[in-house]
Design a protein around this ligand. Structure first.
Ligand code: SAM
Length: 207
């Protein structure tokens, strides 16, 4: 394996992986001119606000936690799902991207093909219509409020599975609202790329 370059705290990547992240970033910038994949379109911004922001979701996996299947809900332009697939591309793990918008799903499949990723597939349908995924990790960025994310995730979590949800300033209110219907152990991991938090939920159950 080639030398590792630090991407952010807890994540170092090979030169090949760094190249794939750059290629993906260029692909998003190209496609976002036609379909609205991200709000900010400058090259510098995409790296900080989207690539690194997604990479830190990967870094939020607890040390020693063993996983095989990661599902990313509402993947949109591939954040964090494609970034996770790139970071895990040198492992034997499986990533599932769930995205209901057909044009975005087409983009995701194009990115997977262009980057030569073999560890990731797209479910082009609504989360509500999925058969149980039995995922060890479920992520979702900018998809819904926390109580709704819990409802989306619960049927698809494997025993001992965890959720990773990046959140902004409204996190405290969303946590209170979610606790009215859901029980979970919560770890709040400060963002390295902005002023948000990654919420890590363990032991999610209804009630
Ligand atoms: C605001 S975008 C966020 C995209 C990406 N996660 C990001 O952070 O850049 C939300 C995405 O979720 C998708 N989406 C919304 N509701 C969904 C559902 N019920 N099932 C599957 N995808 C959904 C939308 O099509 C959209 O692409």
């Amino acid at each position: 394996m080639s030398d590792q370059t630090p991407l952010l705290e807890g994540v170092s990547v090979s030169r090949e992986t760094l190249g794939q992240l750059r290629d993906f970033s260029a692909l998003v910038l190209k496609w976002t001119q036609k379909i609205n994949l991200i709000s900010s379109a400058s090259e510098e911004e995409i790296w900080q606000r989207h690539i690194l922001d997604s990479a830190q979701v990967y870094a939020a996996i607890p040390a020693g936690f063993s996983w095989n299947t990661w599902a990313d809900f509402g993947s949109g332009g591939g954040f964090p799902g494609i970034v996770i697939a790139i970071l895990a591309s040198e492992t034997d793990k499986n990533i599932i991207l769930v995205e209901s918008d057909q044009r975005k799903s087409t983009f995701l499949r194009t990115a997977i093909r262009t980057l030569g990723l073999t560890n990731v597939r797209v479910e082009s349908r609504r989360i509500e219509d999925l058969a149980p995924l039995n995922a060890d990790v479920i992520s979702a960025r900018a998809l819904a409020a926390l109580d709704m994310l819990c409802a989306f995730a619960a049927p698809h979590l494997a025993d001992g599975g965890i959720c990773l949800f990046p959140k902004g300033r409204r996190a405290p209110e969303e946590i209170v609202a979610a606790r009215a219907s859901w029980t979970f152990d919560l770890h709040e991991i400060p963002s390295q790329s902005g002023d948000g938090t990654i919420l890590r939920l363990e032991g999610l159950t209804h009630g």
